[in-house]
Design a protein around this ligand. Structure first.
Ligand SMILES: *[C@@H]1O[C@H](CO)[C@@H](O)[C@H](O)[C@H]1NC(C)=O
Ligand SMILES: *[C@@H]1O[C@H](CO)[C@@H](O)[C@H](O)[C@H]1NC(C)=O
Ligand SMILES: *[C@@H]1O[C@H](CO)[C@@H](O)[C@H](O)[C@H]1NC(C)=O
Ligand SMILES: *[C@@H]1O[C@H](CO)[C@@H](O)[C@H](O)[C@H]1NC(C)=O
Ligand SMILES: *[C@@H]1O[C@H](CO)[C@@H](O)[C@H](O)[C@H]1NC(C)=O
Ligand SMILES: *[C@@H]1O[C@H](CO)[C@@H](O)[C@H](O)[C@H]1NC(C)=O
Ligand SMILES: *[C@@H]1O[C@H](CO)[C@@H](O)[C@H](O)[C@H]1NC(C)=O
Ligand SMILES: *[C@@H]1O[C@H](CO)[C@@H](O)[C@H](O)[C@H]1NC(C)=O
Length: 417
């Protein structure tokens, strides 16, 4: 009898959830997001915390509630870097160098999504998205404005000013906290992780999640010198040498200290590394383009894997081997490190419901039967550790879903149950 009731309840819940996918408003939930207005930190401008073009820092914030009221998740936006004076001047005039050209709102999804069904561990937390407009992974701090270009290099000041504001908003009393970011924001997460921890010493659980932020040096692959120069130019342009972690810069030329392989061994705070061993940005930009230049043939392959030549597939496979070797060389004795390294050809996951909650549906991107959201949630709350690399698929998979939003939603909800 009891079993019957339980079954009936479960079935009712199931139909309710399927109904969710069919409702007009909810129809787009899986591929959906909720908009959150910008807060501009005008008061930080006098402290010199400004974007490349001099505009104020901006972030989007949603207050936590219920059990999430004293928990904070802070997300750092990504979007590459600028690596020369000219390049930064150009960036200052583009969307990525200003806070005023972003439509004044952020579409929250994935880790920052409001819906418990798709984001069960973090939906009711205080949620913050920090706009990236400094081109240095929130690291630069040059006092003078470049007189030739009027560009300001102040990423670290932006980070500090926003943190100060959030601490005052209640983050100083956080019980649980997460610093996360994707791509250049994932690198920023690695660079700021211990500092963030230090801001809230009384919090009981603070962890960092770097999504697609593990840019490898790949010393033994073609283009090693070009990759070195590329990141060295970022360090030089933003004069980061003195601001990069001393644990790295005391051991080697600081220009190598944007490669996370030289950083993560010294991070004290638990860190989760989420990335594809076939990270599409690194393969496209840091490997194929920097080593071999971009050709129309490569572009065909990069946008449609079924068109890759056997040589191109071999290059891609070589990258994967180097990527996995780099990770395996890390000191991973600490069980506090998390790792979800898969084989879908993509870059960036946690700010998209599809990749975050529905990775089991989208290309069946699961490891140990866990979606990305489940693996990270379990790791964060110490329900179970998670350190897995897909060592079976040695060719890149195209995991982009061709399902309609409604199909995807139903399929995803079915698997979430
Ligand atoms: C965004 O806000 C800024 C500052 O409040 C304002 O100057 C600008 O016009 C707004 N832009 C849009 C697209 O609403
Ligand atoms: C820098 O700003 C000054 C003052 O607004 C302006 O006169 C000058 O043309 C600007 N220079 C460049 C390179 O934009
Ligand atoms: C941490 O807690 C102690 C004891 O309650 C308190 O004195 C201290 O100010 C707190 N530190 C911060 C940074 O909030
Ligand atoms: C560090 O690397 C940069 C960039 O490659 C180079 O210009 C500089 O000379 C190096 N510094 C030392 C002390 O080797
Ligand atoms: C990818 O390339 C294959 C082979 O040329 C072609 O059949 C397919 O339509 C292409 N897919 C897309 C999405 O363009
Ligand atoms: C992956 O598949 C999707 C859908 O067919 C297609 O649009 C996309 O171009 C493909 N991407 C790659 C890298 O093959
Ligand atoms: C951890 O390190 C050991 C020894 O270097 C290696 O065999 C193993 O594959 C590593 N595990 C991960 C998940 O990187
Ligand atoms: C994953 O699920 C399948 C099917 O339910 C099961 O056979 C397998 O043991 C599971 N693997 C792990 C690692 O849990």
């Amino acid at each position: 009898m009891q079993r019957m009731e339980k079954h009936t309840q479960t079935m009712a819940g199931h139909w309710l959830k399927l109904l969710v996918c069919s409702l007009m408003m909810m129809n787009t939930q899986v591929r959906g997001s909720n908009d959150v207005e910008f807060t501009f930190l005008e008061s930080a401008v006098s402290k010199g915390a400004v974007c490349l073009n001099g505009s104020p820092p901006a972030y989007s914030y949603v207050k936590g509630y219920g059990e999430g009221a004293s928990n904070w998740v802070v997300f750092l936006e990504g979007g590459g870097w600028c690596h020369s004076k000219r390049n930064c001047q150009y960036r200052a005039k583009s969307m990525m160098g200003s806070s005023l050209t972003r439509g004044n709102k952020t579409a929250f999804s994935g880790l920052l999504y409001k819906d418990k069904l798709f984001n069960p561990d973090f939906y009711n937390w205080n949620k913050v998205f920090i706009v990236y407009c400094d081109g240095s992974s929130f690291m630069s701090d040059i006092e003078e404005v470049d007189p030739e270009t009027n560009v300001t290099y102040r990423g670290a000041r932006i980070f500090n000013a926003v943190m100060e504001d959030l601490l005052a908003k209640g983050m100083k009393d956080a019980k649980n906290a997460v610093l996360a970011g994707t791509s250049a924001g994932g690198l920023a997460t690695i660079l700021h992780c211990d500092y963030f921890r230090g801001l809230i010493p009384n919090a009981s659980r603070v962890k960092c999640i770097s999504d697609s932020g593990f840019f490898i040096h790949a010393k033994n692959l073609p283009g090693a010198k070009q990759r070195e120069d590329y990141y060295a130019n970022i360090v030089a342009t933003h004069r980061l040498a003195n601001f990069l972690p001393a644990s790295c810069s005391s051991k080697m030329n600081a220009s190598l200290c944007l490669f996370p392989e030289n950083l993560v061994g010294d991070i004290q705070t638990p860190l989760f590394i989420l990335e594809s061993a076939f990270d599409s940005f690194q393969i496209d930009h840091n490997y194929m383009t920097l080593a071999f230049n971009s050709t129309p043939e490569w572009n065909e392959c990069n946008t449609n894997l079924t068109r890759c030549t056997s040589t191109q597939i071999q290059n891609i496979k070589d990258f994967r081997v180097a990527f996995i070797e780099t990770l395996q060389k890390l000191d991973n004795r600490t069980s506090s490190r998390g790792m979800f390294v898969h084989s879908c050809y993509l870059h960036g996951h946690i700010f998209m419901n599809e990749e975050w909650s529905c990775s089991s549906v989208v290309g069946h991107n699961v490891l140990e039967n866990k979606t990305i959201a489940k693996a990270i949630g379990d790791w964060y709350f110490d329900r179970s550790s998670f350190q897995h690399i897909d060592t079976t698929n040695d060719v890149p998979r195209n995991c982009t879903s061709t399902l309609t939003s409604e199909e995807l939603c139903k399929e995803c909800i079915h698997q979430l149950n």
